[in-house]
Structures are given as C-alpha cells and as structure tokens.
Design a protein around this ligand. Sequence first.
Ligand code: MFK
Length: 616
Amino acid sequence: MAVRVCRRGNRVALHMLSRSVSHNSVSVETLSELDSHTHTPFSRSAIGTFFQERPLLTNPFTQDALLRAYLQRHLPVREVCDELLRFGERVVCEVEALGRRCELHPPALQRYDPWGRRRDRILTCDAWAQLRRISAHEGLVAAGYERSYGEWSRVYQMSKMYLFAPSAGLYTCPLAMTDGAAKVIETLGMPARKAFERLTTRDDKRFWTSGQWMTERRGGSDVSSGTETVAKQQQDGWFKLHGFKWFTSATDADMTLTLARITDEHGRTTPGSRGLSLFLAKVWDSDGSSNGIEVQRLKDKLGTRQVPTAELLLDGMNARLLSEEGRGVASIANMLTITRIYNTVCAVAAMRRIVHLSREYACKRSVFGKLLKDHALHVQTLSRMEVETRAAFLLMMEVCRLLGREENRSASERETLLLRLMTPVAKLYTAKQAVSVVSEGLESFGGQGYIEDTGLPSMLRDAQVLSIWEGTTNVLSLDVLRSIAKSSGSVLQAFFRDVEERLLPAEACPALRPALASLRASLSALMRFCEKAESRPAGAMELAARDLAYSLARVYMGALLVDHASWEHATHTDVYTALRWCDQDLCPVVSRDAAGCFDPQTTAMDSALVYDGLKL
Ligand code: MFK
C-alpha cells in the first residue's frame, strides 16, 4: 500500500494506491479500481472484517430523562410533551444533516461581481437557508412572544431550543440576536413595531433575523470607551452611521441593533457610556445592495465556521435612533440578557448531546474483552459528565423560568433580582462546563473523537466560543459585582433567602443529609464572606470576582439539585446526582480567601509569577 499526495490549491488529497502483489509482479491500482475488487479474498483480508459501529443519534427528547421529569413536574401539559417528541424526531431526521452541511459548506464573501462592481454579498449554503425556514415555522423565537404557556412560555421555548441547538449548525446564533432585538424593542415600548412583528413571526417569508453589532477594534468588552462609531443626524430625523465594527456575527441578518455616538453640530461626541445611543438599521436594501456597509472580510475562526462573522466598515449606514440619547448600553443590556441565556442553553445542550453520544457508544464499543459500559472506570467518567450536565440543566431552566415570570409580570421582587444576578452566573459557569464536558466526551471515543469527519471535533471547537462571546468569564464576573453594587446587595439577599427555602423540603429526606450539610455550611461561609466585603481593601472584591461567581453557581446548582431530588417523584438517580455535586468545593471563594489569594500582596506575586523570565 502506498500513498500519493496531490496538492490542489490549499487542499491536499490523499490517494491510496493499492499494490496487489502477485509473486514478483507489482501492479498499481487506483482506489476506484480497488472497489471493484473488494470481494476478492485477498483485498478483504487486507482491509479486515471488523468495523466499529458509530454512535447513533436518537430522539433527544425521549433520551433526556431530566428534561422529561422537569416538564412533568413544572409544565405537565400533554401538548408540550407531544410537541417536543415530534420536534425531537425532526431534529434527528432533518436538522442534524442540515447543521452538518453548514459546517462543511461555510459562508463565503463575494466582494465583486464578474464585471468588477463591488457587491459585498455574503453567500451561505442552502442548508443555512433551510434552517432559517425551520426556525420560523417552528416558532423558535416566536414562542417566546406568543406566550401561549403564560409564565412557562420561556421554559417551553427554550426546551425546543435546547433540542435544536446541538444539531443546528449554530443557527442559534442569529436566533439569539433576533430574540434579543425583539426583547429590546418590546422593553422600549415598541418604537419599531413592524420590525418586532417580523422578528417574532412564524411566516418564513416575512421572518427577519437581527444582528448585534457592539464590538469595535478598541474593545469587545470595554464597549463604553471602545466605541468610535459616530451617528450624524439627517434632516429627516434619521442618522448616518460611520465607523468600523470588528466582529459582527451572522452578518447575513436582515437588520441589526448597534451602538454609536451622536455628534453635535460641531461634530463633537460625548465620551464613555453616556455618549452611546442605540440604533436600528436594515442591513440590506430590497435590491440586495448593502445599506452603506462595506464587508471588509469574513473572519477565519477556530469554530462557529457555519456562521458568517464579518468586519464591517459603516460608511453612511442609514439608521434610526431606538433608545433615548445616551442610553445605548442600558438599552442593549436587555439584548445581552437574552443572548446570555441562549448561550447557557447552547452550552447545556452541547453537554447533553456529547453525553448522549458517549453513553450510546459505550454500549457498542468493546475493549479489553467487554463493552465500555461494563468498565466501571469509564462509566464513572460518564457519570461525572452527567452530574455536570444535570446541574447545568437545572440552572438553565431556572433562569428561563425567571425570565418567563418577569415577562408575564408575575415575578416577585426577589425573582427579578435573581434573574439579574443569575443570568451572568449561568452564562459564565455553563460555558466553562461545556468546554470541559465536551472535551471529556471526545476522549470517551478514543482516537475517533479526534477525527474530523466523525463530526465530533466541531463540537469542541464550537463549545470554545461559549466562554468568549457575550462577555468573557472575567467580564461576566465583574457584571456579577455590578449587579451586587447596583442593587446595594439586594441580589445577594435574594440569593441567600432563595437557597435557604429550597433546602427546607430536603430535611424530610435522610438520604440527602450529606448534601444538605455541605450546602448549608457553604452558604453560611459565603454569607460571612459577603458581609465582610465592604471592609476589604480596595481591589479585593475584583480579585475575588471569578471565585465568587463560581461559588454562587455551585451553591445554587446544588440547591436546585437538592430541590429536584426532594420532589415526590424524584428517583434514586436524582438523589445520587445531588450528593455527587455537593461533594466538591462548593464555595471556592471562601477556600481561596483562607489561602490568602485576595490579599493585597498577591497581585504582585501573581505578576512576578506570570512574568518570570520574560525578556522585553
Ligand atoms: C448561542 C448564543 C450565542 C449568542 C450569539 C451572539 C453573537 C453575537 C456576538 C457578539 O455580539 S459578542 C458582543 C457581546 N458584547 C458583550 O457582551 C459586551 C461585554 N461587556 C460588558 O458586558 C460590559 O460590562 C458593558 C459593555 C455592559 C459595560 O458597559 P459600561 O457602559 O461600562 O457599563 P455601566 O456604566 O456599568 O452600565 C451602563 C448601564 O447599563 C447601567 O444602567 P444605568 O445607566 O441605568 O445605571 C447598567 O446598570 C446597565 N447594565 C450594564 N450591564 C447590564 C446592565 N443592565 C442589565 N444587565 C446587564 N448585564
């Protein structure tokens, strides 16, 4: 057997050449010629007879015991169950293949037409268009606004999204921004009713998706000082925007929300957050030409290759002012809440999908004389992935439930505070879990997990973005501090009360005692840590921000698992999950504090360690 390498452009094709040896004569055949020989005994023995069965994707709704139990407990409506069962089937039979096609046929930029005219067309594959149609018909955004299930509408909508996400080739990205834009328009009192109707319709001919253009070259996190785009008011009241957007996701969107600084009659702008206003603009005109936008290039990304992400020069883009002047960040924050919740849903869905495939594979892969599922150490690894996934699932659902209650105007003050606090906590924590669980999942397939055309590696690439876009882990940890400061600590009081109440029913369940004890000890330690916050030296809370956010996440997830395990129809598995979750360090901010990690001198030590040996 020999290998011939052909180079065409950047693509390398490997051609296997088979040498069929008959005594002294060697003849060289191509692979296609070889195919016609596959029934000869010799070629069969060369290939071998064993072929590993691949992991099979089956209906993700029927496979998900916790999703079904959660709905049975909180939303026991027959039609919801039937709908998710049907949709789960569609995901397997239709969406999965479309998502894969999007990965294999990434978008391209057609900058010029054959006659040299500038076009700036973003070309996406037919599968991307089909996912758009399915999203509209299935009401993946619309369901959040139809509110057919009252305060449970977001739980219903996000259950569907959760089934859709891991198969959908990142079409959840435009859907997240579309939902976020609808939320902003609704919160601002419907200043753009027609756009809202298009964003939330089930009619695919009328359906619009939206972008969210916030990131400029000076900063994706520091939006307030990094935004250079200016908006000049025109005589008709509209604005022309000039600037450069460095990362715009799903740039094939129909419209976008974006931030810019309004200039006064002398061309001056107000610096910082107070100078930013929110604008709505159509991206493309009806003839397909862009609205004063030049697409500089498409980004060459590690993952999310299915999604067109572009650098854009705004060169007189027509836009209308959506927010009050200077209220851009506060107004777009409503979009961030929605996209961060979508991020959470996608993270949990990615974990669920890899666990689904890993456990299925373990039933058919045999090594060292038995199936993987009969190797206790392998099953222990899968079990740990399952615990992470279940904890993340309950946190995701709780945030969706809180959002639904707020939108249905049935949220208590405590629930509103919890939604504000737990949105960044859920986003930052589940994103990190997803990278870790998906990575572990790939390993459970051995070398096959590293092979591109199994479809597994793209799951890890796509998971990696979850902790980056929509605010990195540290930026969101600082957002947690912002929510504490802005509410004068009320978000923490809401958190402590909520956890305490969730633990009460578990007292009647002796099996949960170790988890209960661990959670109560962690909660008390966390309260003491937070009480001392004001007396800490300047900068100490910022140093503690990430560990604080992790502690809030772990304690809350533990409380949700214990709450679920105390339910009258809970299973032994539910109790076991809660116990396993609570045997970790639930409150790293307290243990790290005890180790002196937030003392003033540690910053100098951290810096000395990081820059040890750096030659400038
Ligand atoms: C699969 C799903 C994925 C979704 C796909 C989406 C793809 C799109 C990709 C992207 O667009 S990524 C870009 C995402 N960018 C970010 O997430 C920005 C990250 N940076 C931050 O979040 C900063 O913290 C922030 C820009 C908000 C800081 O801005 P400022 O101006 O320094 O914040 P400031 O002054 O603290 O707050 C201004 C106002 O906003 C305040 O309100 P008031 O004026 O009424 O006091 C804040 O309370 C409010 N605010 C800020 N963050 C908030 C918030 N309100 C509610 N929730 C928040 N999270």
